[in-house]
Design a protein around this ligand. Structure first.
Ligand code: NAD
Ligand code: UFG
Length: 339
């Protein structure tokens, strides 16, 4: 298939591009590089030996999308493009609603004009809000998010349900990611946050590198085995394989389907820091700090639906995640900047 990856130069998009190219698909990428680098395209091509057709375009730009869909015969789209920083979304709600909703609507309109009927959307476990029961199954209620970023995901899921109800031949797959970490084993692509990282793994890798003095562990008084927060970390390469499986599914089914993409296993912040230090033979100094507002104690997936229906499951271990994150960070201390 020829697959459009909006936001395809980003962290998850780039890994998915590699996976799809290696499986024999063609990749068309559209990114405005607001949170990524055009250098990613060269890296994807270097890893796979295949060409990527890359468009520098804002997905909210109707004319740019029209040109892309006219030039390329797209079979399916994976919509990664979006702003994703939780804290920033609280400070700049309009920017988040504008970018994330507008890009989705503009993409859907272009797809409709060009008769493209398959879409995979990057949703998030954040749509579950505070978990009622663990592990989280897809049936658990969504809504009541603690930040505008999360609300954009809930709203886009609803837009896709409404659109598919009106167009029963349309196929939409909503993938709710848990916590993606790790990098391609080549060390050529990985997560490259701007400024001080918000997320745990890049903070750990930058601490190990000496760029950050120490890791602050936000809360050690949660109701969890060691008191620190528990999350379902998933290797980004497993996540990328999940997209390839979803693509196969959406080629053969109509309607909306939701899948959790996680491992089904939770690890605490302390386990993460200690495993990272052990696997890589590096020091990760840490201090305990107050809880971070908006954080839940524990969040992990029931990943059985994706296994049952997509035939997909995560296979890479926590050790793989720690080793590959460090391999990427060491080779690219300044992300794509120094490349
Ligand atoms: P990322 O920021 O690395 O990638 C997103 C890409 O979209 C970037 O390359 C950015 O430049 C691009 N982009 C943003 N707005 C755009 C626009 N209007 N037009 C064109 N390009 C645009 O983020 P990621 O971690 O790869 O996440 C991909 C998707 O997965 C996002 O929608 C994110 O919300 C979602 N998600 C991520 C996580 C996570 O922890 N990384 C968890 C759950 C869901
Ligand atoms: N943490 C620390 N110190 C840090 C950073 C994080 O202790 O410096 C802790 C957090 O308190 C939490 C865990 O590490 O317990 C994971 O935090 P992340 O920020 O890496 O991830 P979150 O689970 O908070 O959020 C992530 C994505 C969101 C997404 C959500 C879905 O960042 O975009 O998963 O569950 F919505």
């Amino acid at each position: 298939m020829r697959v459009l990856l909006t936001g395809g130069a980003g962290y998850i998009g780039a890994h998915t591009a590699v996976e799809l190219l290696e499986q024999g698909h063609e990749v068309v990428l559209a990114d405005n590089y607001v949170n990524s680098s055009p250098k990613v395209v060269d890296r994807i091509e270097a890893i796979t030996g295949h060409r990527v057709r890359a468009y520098r375009a804002d997905v909210s730009d109707r004319a740019a999308m029209e040109a892309l869909f006219t030039e390329q015969e797209i079979d399916a789209a994976i919509h990664f493009a979006g702003l994703k920083a939780v804290g920033e979304s609280v400070a700049k709600p309009l920017a988040y609603y504008r970018n994330n909703l507008d890009s989705t609507l503009t993409l859907l309109e272009a797809m409709e004009r060009h008769g493209v009927g398959r879409l995979i959307f990057s949703s998030s476990a954040t749509v579950y809000g505070t978990p009622e029961r663990l592990p989280l199954t897809e049936e658990q209620g969504t809504g009541v998010c603690t930040n505008p970023y999360g609300w954009t995901k809930v709203m886009i899921e609803q837009i896709l349900r409404d659109y598919t109800a009106a167009h029963p031949e349309f196929s939409a797959v909503l993938l709710r990611y848990f916590n993606p970490v790790g990098a391609h084993r080549s060390g050529l692509i990985g997560e490259a946050p701007n400024g001080v990282p918000n997320n745990l793994m890049p903070y750990i890798t930058q601490t190990a590198l000496g760029k950050r003095d120490h890791l602050s562990i936000f809360g050690n008084d949660y109701d969890t085995p060691d008191g620190t927060g528990v999350r379902d970390y998933i290797h980004v390469v497993d996540l990328a394989r999940g997209h390839a499986a979803a693509l196969g599914y959406c080629a053969e089914h109509c309607g909306v389907e939701v899948f959790n993409l996680g491992t089904g296993r939770g690890y605490s912040v302390l386990e993460m820091a200690e495993t990272f230090a052990r696997v890589n033979g590096v020091a990760v100094p840490y201090v305990f700090a107050p809880r971070r507002p908006g954080d839940v104690a524990a969040c992990y997936a029931d990943a059985s639906k994706a296994r049952r229906i997509l035939g997909w499951e995560a296979v890479l271990t926590l050790e793989d995640m720690c080793r590959d994150s460090w391999n990427w960070q060491r080779q690219n201390p300044d992300g794509y900047e120094g490349a």
